[in-house]
Write a protein that binds this ligand. Structure first.
Ligand code: GLC
Length: 564
C-alpha cells in the first residue's frame, strides 16, 4: 500500500476546479460528427513520457515517484532540469510504438507533449527547455510519432499541461506551494509566453492533430482558458477534453483510474488508466494489472458507452516496458477475434448482467461472458425473439435458444472458449425489450434531505443530479419499499465525487425479513461509486445506510438490479 502513497498524494494535490461530470456543452457533443471516429474507436494508447523516466521513480531512497517526482520530492529547478542532459532515449522508434498500438487494436494515441514538469517533448521556439535543444538526443519525438502515425493510419493526440508548469516561472503549482523561489512569477505571463505559443506549435507543426488533452487546470482563470480555447477553435476537427478549466468543459469527460458505475449516459467519456500504479515510468512498480483484467475493463467501459485510454510509461531508453507490450499484444489478439463486438458498438441495452457485459450494434447484441455458467445455460433478459446465437470465435455453429416469457436461455458449450471474455452474438428482432429497473420511478425515503436536493435525483437515470442528506449529518439512510417482493442480485451507487476530493463514504445495503433488517453488503468507497453483486435476495423492502467521513452523505444514483 505504502508504495502508492505518493501517486495518490499526487492526485490529492491535483485538486482541481473542473467538474468531473462534465460541463454545459458536453451533452450536445454526442452527435457532433467530428466525434464519430472517436466514438467508434473505443480503445487508445496514452503515453506518459518525459525526463522523469531518467530517475525512473526513485529519488533518494524513495522509489514511489512517477511524473510528479519534481513536485513530490521538491526538486529545485536546476537539479531537475539537469536530467535533460541525461535523457538520450536512443532506442526510441516511433514506428514500433505505432505498430504496437495497431497490434493492440488501439485506434488512437495520446502522448504527453509537456507534462507538469514543464519539459517539452518537441522542438519549441517558446522555450529551449525541450527535447531538441536541451538533450543529447536532439530528436523531436512528436514529429517522429506524427510521421509514423500518418504512415500507419493512426490518430494522434497531444496531452498538454496548460496550467501546471513547475519549471517556467509563473506556471501553476498544485497546492500553491512553490519549493523553488526562482520559479515564482506571473501566471498570466507564463500563459502568454509559454503555454499559448506552445499549444500553437503542437497544433500547427505536426499535421493533423486529432485530440488535445488538457490536464489539471490549477488556478486557471476564465481569461486564460478563453485564450487557449480560442487557439483550439481554429481546428474544427480537434477533440478536446474537459480539463481546460474555469468551467469551459470540452468534448469529453475524463474519469481517471476508475470506471463510472453507470457510465455517463448521453455524453462522451473516456476512462484513462495505468497498467500498474504509475503514469510515468517507475522501475520499481510491478503491480501490473493482468491482461484479463484489462480486457474486461475495456469491455466494461464499452458496454457503458465509453472509451478506454490505456497508459504506457516508456523508460529512458525509449522502450515501452515489456509487460505493457505483452499485455497490449494479448488484448490485440482478443480484439482480432472479437473486435466486431467492440468497435463501432453502442452501450448495452441491459442495465446489468450478473455473468458479464453486453454491447450492441443494430440488431446484434454481443454478450460478453466473464463467468461461464456451470449448467451450460446463459440467461438473457431480453423480451425479443432471438433469431440466431453463435460464438464470435466460431460463427459456423448456431447455439440452441430456449425462449421463455421475458427472457431466453442460450445453450453454451461446456466450457468457456476464451479466458478473457467469450463473446456470443445474438441476432434479434425489433427494439430491445428489457424490463425497467426495479428502482426506477419508485419512492425512495431518505432520513434527511438537503434543501437544495431531492430524493427523486436518486433514480432519475442522471448520474449528475444528486441527492444529499441535510447539512450537519454524516449518517443517513435511504429506504425503498417495492410493495411486492423482488429478486435482487446487484446494486449500483453513483457517487458525485472524484477520488481527488479525498472523500470516503461507507454504505451498507440491507433487506427487511421477518421483522428485522439484515445486512447484504458493506463497502467503503472514495467517491467513485460502485457496482456490487451478491446472491439473489428476495424481499420487498431494502435500505441503504450511509456514513460519510467529511460531509453530508450524497448519492447520484441508487440502483437495485433484478436477478435475470
Ligand atoms: C493526473 C496527474 C497526471 C496524469 C493525469 C492523467 O491529473 O496529474 O500526472 O498525467 O492525471 O490523467
Amino acid at each position: 500500500m505504502k508504495k502508492y502513497a505518493f501517486t495518490v498524494l499526487g492526485f490529492v494535490l491535483a485538486i482541481v476546479s473542473f467538474s468531473q461530470n462534465g460541463e454545459g456543452n458536453a451533452a450536445s457533443k454526442m452527435n457532433d460528427p467530428k466525434m464519430q471516429w472517436w466514438r467508434d474507436a473505443k480503445f487508445g494508447m496514452f503515453i506518459h513520457w518525459g525526463i522523469y523516466s531518467v530517475p525512473a521513480g526513485k529519488w533518494g531512497n524513495t522509489t514511489t515517484y512517477g511524473e510528479w517526482i519534481m513536485h513530490t520530492a521538491k526538486i529545485p529547478r536546476t537539479t531537475y532540469s539537469a536530467l535533460a542532459k541525461e535523457f538520450n532515449p536512443t532506442q526510441f522508434n516511433a514506428e514500433e510504438w505505432v505498430k504496437l498500438a495497431k497490434a493492440a487494436g488501439q485506434k488512437y494515441m495520446v502522448i504527453t507533449s509537456k507534462h507538469h514538469d514543464g519539459f517539452a517533448m518537441f522542438g519549441s521556439k517558446a522555450s529551449t527547455y525541450n527535447i531538441v535543444d536541451a538533450t543529447p538526443f536532439k530528436r523531436d519525438v512528436l514529429k517522429e510519432l506524427a510521421e509514423a502515425c500518418r504512415k500507419y493510419d493512426m490518430k494522434l493526440g497531444f496531452y498538454y499541461s496548460q496550467a501546471q508548469d513547475w519549471y517556467h516561472p509563473g506556471g501553476a503549482v498544485s497546492g500553491n506551494k512553490d519549493w523553488d523561489s526562482s520559479h515564482v512569477g506571473s501566471m498570466e505571463k507564463y500563459i502568454d509566453e509559454i503555454a499559448l505559443p506552445q499549444v500553437k506549435e503542437i497544433l500547427s507543426n505536426y499535421g493533423d492533430v486529432a485530440i488535445l488533452w488538457w490536464d489539471t487546470p490549477t488556478n486557471m482563470t476564465k481569461s486564460m482558458t478563453l485564450k487557449l480555447a480560442e487557439v483550439a477553435k481554429q481546428y474544427p476537427q480537434l477533440i478536446t477534453n474537459n480539463r481546460l478549466g474555469a468551467g469551459m468543459g470540452g468534448d469529453l469527460e475524463t474519469p481517471e483510474q476508475f470506471i463510472p458505475a453507470t457510465g455517463f449516459p448521453g455524453r462522451n467519456w473516456e476512462v484513462c488508466m495505468t497498467m500498474n500504479g504509475h503514469w510515468g515510468f517507475n522501475a520499481w512498480d510491478d503491480r501490473w494489472k493482468t491482461t484479463k483484467e484489462l480486457t474486461q475493463k475495456l469491455v466494461d467501459i464499452v458496454s457503458k458507452g465509453g472509451n478506454f485510454l490505456l497508459n504506457v510509461g516508456p523508460n529512458a531508453y525509449g522502450v515501452i516496458p515489456v509487460v505493457c507490450q505483452q499485455n497490449l499484444l494479448e488484448i490485440g489478439e482478443w480484439l482480432q477475434l472479437n473486435g466486431e463486438s467492440i468497435y463501432g458498438t453502442n452501450a448495452s441495452p441491459f442495465p446489468f448482467l450478473s455473468w458479464g457485459r453486453a454491447t450492441r450494434k443494430g440488431q446484434v447484441i454481443y454478450l460478453h461472458v466473464f463467468d461461464w455458467p456451470t449448467n451450460g445455460l446463459l440467461n438473457v433478459p431480453l423480451g425479443n425473439k432471438i433469431k440466431k446465437a453463435y460464438l464470435l470465435a466460431d460463427k459456423s455453429k448456431n447455439l440452441n435458444i430456449v425462449p421463455s416469457k421475458s427472457s431466453s436461455q442460450i445453450q453454451l458449450p461446456s466450457y468457456a472458449p476464451d479466458k478473457m471474455s467469450s463473446v456470443i452474438a445474438i441476432e434479434f428482432e425489433g427494439e430491445p425489450k428489457v424490463l425497467p429497473l426495479p428502482t426506477s420511478g419508485k419512492l425512495i425515503v431518505a432520513s434527511s434531505t438537503d434543501s437544495t436536493s431531492n430524493t427523486k435525483n436518486l433514480n432519475d437515470g442522471n448520474p449528475n443530479s444528486k441527492w444529499q442528506a441535510a447539512k450537519g449529518n454524516t449518517n443517513a439512510s435511504l429506504e425503498i419499499d417495492f410493495g411486492t417482493e423482488y429478486a435482487i442480485n446487484a446494486m449500483s451507487l453513483v457517487e458525485p465525487w472524484h477520488p481527488w476530493s479525498g472523500i470516503k463514504q461507507t454504505h451498507e445495503l440491507q433487506y427487511f425479513e421477518s421483522g428485522s433488517w439484515k445486512s447484504i453488503n458493506k463497502l467503503s468507497t472514495d467517491g467513485t461509486g460502485s457496482t456490487e453483486s451478491f446472491k439473489v435476495i428476495k424481499a420487498q423492502k431494502f435500505r441503504l445506510l450511509l456514513e460519510n467521513q467529511k460531509e453530508a452523505p450524497s448519492i447520484g444514483e441508487f440502483i437495485l438490479y433484478r436477478a435475470e
